[in-house]
Design a protein around this ligand. Structure first.
Ligand code: URA
Length: 277
């Protein structure tokens, strides 16, 4: 009797631990095509939970003559990345790109999220603001930077004459919230990147603003932290790009607002110089 109660308490603790670390869905990160399980070689996508750089998908090939374990996510990513690239390339407008993303079935995040988050603001704006991934508020609202982070972002932009309804276009690299807001895996980034890159190409902004280190690192293809990326002009395919602190970080570290203000002033000066403001 005592043993069974101990076992139950252990299970409850384990479930609580899963909930605490954000495991709220009993499905994998990568779709499994069970009709295409190879007989001898299993290609295992290695899910990195801390995306430091968007290197090509990390994979390990495990040769085995033993039987293939049933539940391993064996296929999907390489084919899905190819499909993502083809769909993104075929889109001739942002609306077509949005429709392509809606059609794309290669990213399982779509099944756990409530809404797709594509963009907000003025599609004709010359300033493109890019975040990494939608969170809980964005998932609920279906637009980027929708909650407290969004309110602070709007204030920051407003302080230098930028307004999302007028002269800013806002998007995210990933278009669906990750379960429990965990860090996106490398496979999820690789599957989202073709759409994000095409989105930038189609909008063709005069200036890009990365909100936070993750967005900057993914699009600049670097492992450098935000502390090294901010405060200087970067380039994304010849477009001037500036990385600024994420509003969430500023809410937690208000002392950094002074530095963020310096970055915003630097941005404002450049926008004035370019005739954007
Ligand atoms: N970070 C946020 O807080 N919201 C977004 O929409 C994107 C990145």
């Amino acid at each position: 009797m005592k043993e069974s109660m101990d076992a139950q308490a252990g299970l409850a603790e384990l479930l609580q631990w899963y909930a605490d670390i954000g495991v709220d869905e009993a499905i994998g990160d990568v779709p499994v095509d069970r009709t295409r399980v190879p007989e001898k070689a299993v290609v295992l996508p290695i899910a990195t939970t801390a995306p430091e750089s968007p290197a090509t998908i990390a994979r390990a090939t495990v040769s085995t003559s033993a039987s293939v374990p049933e539940a391993v996510p064996v296929t999907g990513t390489i084919e899905a990345v190819k499909e993502a690239k083809a769909l993104a390339a075929a889109a001739k407008t942002s609306e077509e790109l949005k429709a392509a993303l809606e059609k794309f079935q290669g990213l399982s995040l779509k099944r756990t999220a409530t809404h797709m988050v594509f963009a907000d603001g003025n599609p004709a704006a010359r300033v493109m603001v890019i975040g990494d991934a939608p969170g809980t508020d964005e998932d609920r609202a279906g637009i980027p930077f929708a909650g407290g982070n969004g309110q602070l972002l709007d204030k920051m932009l407003g302080a230098i004459g930028l307004k999302r309804e007028e002269n800013v276009y806002i998007t995210t690299i990933l278009n669906w919230r990750t379960p429990g807001n965990r860090a996106p895996t490398q496979a999820e980034i690789d599957l989202s990147l073709p759409f994000a890159q095409r989105h930038i190409e189609l909008v063709s902004p005069a200036v890009i603003i990365y909100i936070g280190g993750s967005a900057a690192k993914i699009l600049q293809q670097t492992g450098e932290p935000i502390s090294r990326l901010r405060g200087k002009w970067l380039e994304y395919n010849s477009i001037p790009a500036l990385a600024i602190f994420h509003p969430e970080y500023l809410l937690q570290n208000p002392a950094q607002k002074k530095v963020a203000w310096e970055d915003l002033q630097m941005l404002q000066a450049r926008l004035k110089e370019m005739g954007v403001l």
